[in-house]
Design a protein around this ligand. Structure first.
Ligand SMILES: [Zn+2]
Ligand SMILES: [Zn+2]
Length: 167
């Protein structure tokens, strides 16, 4: 929780904060992600009964590579901006007393910034579709001899098809 009593008293004055937060694991795109070493650093400022925060969230996302399924740790550093009002308000984060909870706002911003998928590396070779082993570790021979159709053979069959139609 962030103490915002100073910000509530002095309208417009920025009060810095920095704290470790815990973000619950959650399921995104069918995968359970967990979050480690989440820290939010920034400032809060208020006016009347409202408080805003402008901060950055740094967090290590624990996921799995979309191609080879190995664990991946993906560090993120994102902007978190949020407005809080006294509880009872709608369409914004709320608070009671003189403390706000930065976690829901941080989580919401994090969700919008998460990549569609995680990769252990850009050139991850993925799993062999035949034996299921990671092709990053050892290149199996399952796919040897399997000939990929070249663009030319596709063109050739198209040409044959068209010729047949004319006849
Ligand atoms: Zn991978
Ligand atoms: Zn294989």
């Amino acid at each position: 929780m962030i103490d915002v009593s100073g910000a509530l008293k002095n309208a417009g004055a920025m009060y810095p904060f920095s704290q470790d937060i815990f973000i619950e694991p959650c399921e995104v795109f069918g995968e359970t992600l967990s979050f480690e070493d989440a820290r939010i650093t920034g400032g809060c400022f208020g006016a009347d009964e409202a408080v805003s925060i402008e901060a950055r969230l740094s967090v290590n996302v624990h996921a799995h590579c979309a191609r080879c399924l190995e664990p991946v740790v993906y560090p993120m550093d994102i902007e978190v901006k949020a407005d809080y009002r006294r509880s009872g308000s709608e369409d914004c984060f709320t608070f009671t007393g003189h403390e706000i909870d930065p976690v829901p706002a941080a989580f919401e911003c994090l969700l919008t910034e998460l990549p569609m998928r995680f990769l252990c590396s850009e050139d991850c070779k993925g799993l062999c579709p035949v034996c299921g082993k990671s092709r990053n570790k050892s290149l199996c021979t399952c796919l040897e001899g399997a000939v990929k159709p070249s663009p030319f053979s596709v063109l050739k069959s198209l040409a044959v098809y068209q010729t047949n139609e004319e006849v």
